[in-house]
Design a protein around this ligand. Structure first.
Ligand SMILES: [Zn+2]
Length: 467
């Protein structure tokens, strides 16, 4: 970093602290606000700086857009008014993880003769080696996939313009295939499925029903196309030869007008029974295919009384729409609700006692040490590269390896440090006492806080999986 040489006669350095912590970091790593603040104040004391202001961006990731980091913006405004001389933060990644934003702000700081310093890392922006080091640190921190995905997108756009395929055959709709030599692949009609595609596009226009078309096609050609895939096929513009702004991208099956006719049919097929709020929508799981069950109104007629009863219930859409699943149970909402209410407290108590036993067994320290070791290796690796001891290829490979190790150990830690506080809170406050006063939407939110999914097996027994 740029040190501004202050003569002895000048006043002491007026420092401000910048603290940033994202919500997940608070939980995951304990990079809490308080510990950063204490560390920084201690540091400034050692350096003899006068701390005149503290800027705290809480719940903001370093990749949040600049305009969303409100405290950082306030800091920049104050910088322009020369309210301080130096910014102190804990580590570079508290400040930026994005090269372009970093330089944008750096320019403002430099023109106002303000510099920055990390309490726990050393940087120098006065030597070219130091700047390279800084850039590498920033690029490591930056989500590299941003750039990669832009590059890929650019290439794809060019390929599409030339009518070239950008996916394999699994990426094109029924009736097409990808063929041609490497680097010159095109989407062409598939002689083996051409007939089926023609039949499908014809049948949907006759029947107007996706469901009917699925059953007809699967039955006639002995296929297992599911409802959602069929729906996706039918919405694919390639059928009239169009793709991402390019006409005549491939040989069409139908005209544009016919395609639009199909689109209006597809839209009509969307079930929009949103009047009733299903309490467990998104929480019920099919025990056979693993899909989320969908809410529907189960109708029972009692001819004796000449009455129809409807019950909010759940069903597997793979059973209902395309017969790819055979789960024929239709759990009624009232029954699921009663079961959950009767059993949730026991489930939560079991979860807490299970977790406490696991935590006692595991030695918490070992993995944290591992993580620090990996971090150390990462920083040594960067040093080696900077010193010209290893080539870029080698650096990339090793970096990738260490980085995935680091992610892995962070994931492990996450599992271990399972946060049970909300469950404990549930038990303490008797979470169910207010339940009956809630409307269905609030009931759903209530359950979604604690429950990952609920299964009712075909024999009628239940399983509740907590988060
Ligand atoms: Zn199913």
């Amino acid at each position: 970093m740029k040190k501004i040489v202050k003569s002895v006669s000048e006043d002491i350095v007026r420092a401000v602290l910048y603290i940033r912590v994202s919500s997940e970091e608070q939980v995951k790593h304990g990079y809490s606000l308080q510990s950063q603040r204490e560390r920084l104040i201690e540091y400034c004391k050692q350096q003899g700086y006068q701390v005149i202001e503290v800027y705290v961006d809480e719940g903001k990731s370093a990749r949040s857009k600049l305009k969303n980091r409100t405290e950082l913006l306030r800091l920049i405004e104050d910088a322009k008014q020369h309210k301080f001389d130096r910014i102190v933060f804990w580590r570079l990644d508290r400040w930026f993880r994005n090269i372009s934003d970093y330089y944008k702000v750096q320019e403002i700081l430099e023109s106002n003769k303000i510099d920055w310093e990390c309490s726990d890392e050393e940087y120098s922006t006065t030597t070219s080696n130091g700047r390279l080091h800084l850039n590498i640190k920033l690029s490591i921190a930056q989500n590299e996939s941003d750039q990669t995905s832009d590059r890929i997108k650019f290439n794809f756009d060019n390929m599409i313009k030339n009518g070239r395929a950008i996916t394999g055959s699994q990426g094109v709709p029924l009736g097409y295939m990808v063929a041609g030599e490497e680097k010159n692949k095109h989407v062409i009609k598939n002689p083996e499925t051409e007939k089926i595609a023609i039949d499908m596009l014809d049948y949907i226009r006759k029947s107007g029903s996706i469901r009917q078309t699925v059953l007809y096609i699967n039955n006639k050609y002995d296929l297992k196309i599911c409802y959602d895939s069929m729906r996706h096929y039918l919405m694919n513009e390639k059928y009239y030869g169009y793709y991402r702004g390019i006409e005549n991208y491939c040989e069409p099956y139908i005209t544009k007008q016919e395609f639009e006719e199909i689109q209006s049919l597809v839209r009509k097929n969307v079930k929009s029974n949103k009047k009733y709020d299903y309490i467990f929508s998104g929480l019920m799981k099919c025990p056979l295919c693993g899909c989320k069950l969908a809410g529907f109104r189960q109708v029972t007629t009692k001819p004796k009384y000449n009455r129809r009863y409807t019950y909010p219930s759940y069903r597997c859409n793979h059973t209902h729409n395309d017969k790819l699943c055979t789960y024929h149970k239709y759990p009624k909402e009232s029954i699921v609700e009663k079961f959950v209410l009767d059993n949730i407290t026991d489930e939560i108590m079991k979860l807490i006692s299970d977790n406490e036993t696991i935590q006692e067994k595991e030695d918490t320290n070992t993995k944290i040490i591992d993580k620090d070791k990996i971090r150390l290796k990462l920083s040594r690796l960067t040093d080696l590269y900077l010193d010209g001891m290893i080539l870029r290829e080698k650096y990339d490979i090793e970096f990738e390896k260490l980085n995935s190790l680091l992610n892995e150990s962070e994931n492990k830690e996450e599992i271990k440090k399972r946060d049970l506080s909300q469950y404990k809170q549930f038990l303490k406050s008797d979470g169910l006492s207010i339940y009956n006063q809630l409307n269905n939407a609030s009931k759903r939110m209530f359950w979604a806080k604690y429950i990952e999914y609920i299964i009712q097996y075909e024999d009628g027994t239940f399983h509740i999986e907590l988060k």
